[in-house]
Design a protein around this ligand. Sequence first.
Ligand SMILES: [Zn+2]
Length: 130
Amino acid sequence: MEPQQQEQQQQPKPQLSPQQPLCPFCHFPLTQSYYFCPNCGKKINEPPITTLKEIGVYLLSIFLPPLGLWPGIRYLFSKNQRTRRAGIIAIILTILSTVITIWLTMIFFNQISQSLTGQMNVDPYKNLVP
Ligand SMILES: [Zn+2]
């Protein structure tokens, strides 16, 4: 049995940003892809929201509008860009869902009131015109 030598996968990304973020604990230069400092191991960025959670929040926002707002706002204050984006989408979906629900309810009540006033308008004329 030969011992398998695993080569360390290095990702050469020459990203030269004007303001390279530094670890707030040991001032080690970081890239945006790091969630933990490779030097001191402290947590720097929150790991992104999982796809399953993301879909769950969207569904919650669409079908149960007020409930989707809370995780949406919470995600909005996340340090992670993808989580923040999910929060924004969740809030937009909540607002859209609420507006559509109100809109459909108004159409529904308009139709009821129209049919009621329609009946009320018809009845007097029936009595006046023989
Ligand atoms: Zn560090």
